[in-house]
Design a protein. Structure first.
Length: 95
């Protein structure tokens, strides 16, 4: 069960990182570049936590949660004006 939680966290962080990369490539806004770099670091920590969950679930999940804390995003510029939920999820921008 703990392994599934760690894998889900890893997938979510990778998805958000790829979305930030896509938005940065389309707009060139530096805050999305910073978010993508933080996401890469966080995904590495979460992957290590996912591996540790197999050996010791408590320590592994603590490492996963540390990775999620690293992934928290800062203030961002507004790139979505009239985009719907699906468009925001896929990283389409109005800029």
């Amino acid at each position: 069960m703990y392994q599934y939680i760690a894998i889900a966290a890893y997938c979510v962080v990778l998805f958000l990182t790829l979305r930030d990369i896509r938005i940065f490539r389309r707009t060139g806004i530096a805050s999305y570049r910073k978010g993508a770099l933080k996401g890469l670091l966080a995904s590495t920590v979460i992957l290590a936590g996912t591996i540790l969950v197999g050996m010791n679930p408590e320590i592994g999940l603590v490492v996963v949660f540390i990775g999620l804390y690293i992934n928290r995003k800062g203030a961002r510029e507004k790139v979505f004006n009239d985009a719907g939920t699906l468009d925001r999820l896929m990283g389409k921008t109005d800029i």
